[in-house]
Write a protein that binds this ligand. Structure first.
Ligand code: GAL
Length: 426
């Protein structure tokens, strides 16, 4: 970050926190279960906490570490079952319906109406936040998944002259990086990270149409056809470039390897940028972002949203309800949308904000989102539970992980396994 940007960030943060509120004066408490625990993500969530505190409420932080949110969802389920839900939790859209059916969510229609959410949000996003026509959740951002992050200094040292735009160029860059002694692609071997790579390869080989046929229509011919064989074969090939020490590693520790110049690239959604930003690095100077090779034009995404829970009897009082309503209101206000998304690496979810206040990666993301919307190339990510239930997502995780753990696994058979696993989980 240059000096002017640094100053601008300080000024905008300072304007958010003009008062210090003592706990004793709190008007009520809002407890939020989330999994934004990497350094950069914790900074982003702090923005929300500070605004809630400034409004006179207490923020009770219930962060559950674990990228992709698997651990957080387990905690949430246990708490809900034992009648002790938080005020709000970070959940993905298809799951909002499931929690709604269990009668655990509460409507925030009053907040939505007073703050004109129907006009602020794109229609499909607004609809996905509703259960039986009532707002029960608030979206905070749009994350693009199909990105490749690069360290230009490392690339230069390895003799890679430009960011790869095709899978062949990606492999060629990987060969050069390895030959020069670098980790080619930083990658944590966890099921959700493996499946992120798989999904990106699928977008590269099959495009948005193939993605939709596979994961929305569950089309047999697509899931078991020759293009799917190509995707699995590419996955085996790409494995040769992934960090050999990445087994079980958290995504942010892998991002750190690219930041520190040990690795050349990382395939990851744009929350990875939160780590670069937190480390004071600048887009286009210290790091590059390009669409995952071969998937240009497709925009795969996940939307983080906070679902609002009915409060447990012991917490159900006007102060805590007001605190939860304040969270819902703040989440879609421009002040929060700017600062949170600048820190988080995502783009705002509300329409009409000034993108010149964001870096070049976020600007490209907003532009690509708009284009993909026009061309029908938006892909709600399977790996991030946007197009599938958690059960189907888990079934895909199993097939992908199993395949990656078996060097001799036959790419031509993997599609059939995928189809069987998805059908069994539906
Ligand atoms: C996603 C979430 C992101 C980020 C990522 C890694 O599910 O949408 O905000 O936290 O997981 O944990």
């Amino acid at each position: 970050m240059n000096r002017i940007n640094r100053l601008a960030a300080m000024v905008s943060l300072a304007s958010l926190f003009p008062f210090v509120v003592h706990a004793a004066e709190s008007k009520g408490t809002v407890e939020v279960v989330h999994y934004w625990t990497s350094g950069g993500e914790a900074k982003s969530v702090d923005v929300l906490k500070k605004i809630i505190q400034r409004d006179g409420f207490t923020w009770q932080d219930s962060a559950v570490a674990g990228g992709g949110g698997g651990a957080a969802m387990t905690v949430l389920k246990t708490r809900a079952v034992s009648g002790n839900p938080p005020s709000a939790a970070q959940i993905k859209a298809p799951d909002i319906q499931e929690w709604g059916r269990l009668d655990l969510l509460t409507s925030v229609d009053d907040v939505a109406k007073a703050n004109h959410w129907d006009n602020l949000l794109p229609r499909t996003i607004a609809d996905s936040m509703k259960y039986e026509g009532h707002y029960v959740a608030v979206p905070v951002n749009i994350h693009r998944i199909n990105w490749l992050w690069l360290n230009p200094v490392v690339l230069k040292k390895a003799g890679v002259s430009k960011a790869p735009a095709t899978l062949e160029e990606l492999y060629a860059a990987g060969d050069k990086l390895k030959a020069a002694g670098f980790i080619a692609i930083a990658h944590g071997g966890q099921a959700w990270q493996d499946t992120t790579v798989f999904e990106n390869l699928l977008l590269s080989v099959m495009g948005a149409d193939g993605f939709k046929k596979a994961f929305i229509d569950v089309d047999e011919a697509t899931l078991t056809g020759p293009k799917m064989t190509e995707v699995f074969a590419a996955l085996h090939k790409l494995q040769g470039y992934l960090d050999p020490d990445g087994n079980g590693q958290d995504w942010n520790l892998e991002t750190a390897k690219v930041i520190n110049g040990k690795a050349g690239m990382q395939i990851m959604g744009d929350w990875a940028k939160s780590e670069w930003t937190a480390a004071g690095k600048q887009a286009d100077v210290d790091y590059l972002c390009v669409p995952f090779p071969g998937s240009q034009g497709v925009y795969s995404y996940t939307i983080d949203s906070l679902a609002m829970f009915k409060l447990a009897t012991k917490n159900d009082n006007p102060g805590n309800i007001a605190a939860r309503d304040d969270l819902a209101k703040v989440a879609l206000e421009p002040e929060f949308q700017y600062v949170f998304n600048q820190n988080k690496g995502s783009i705002p979810v509300i329409k009409g904000l000034d993108m010149s206040r964001f870096d070049s990666c976020a600007q490209a993301s907003a532009k690509d989102f708009a284009n993909a919307e026009k061309t029908g190339s938006l892909a709600p990510s399977m790996a991030f539970n946007m197009s599938t239930s958690q059960a189907v997502q888990g079934a895909v995780f199993d097939v992908v992980t199993h395949f990656m753990n078996d060097k001799d696994a036959d790419p031509a058979k993997a599609g059939k396994q995928l189809l069987a696993a998805i059908r069994a989980a539906q």
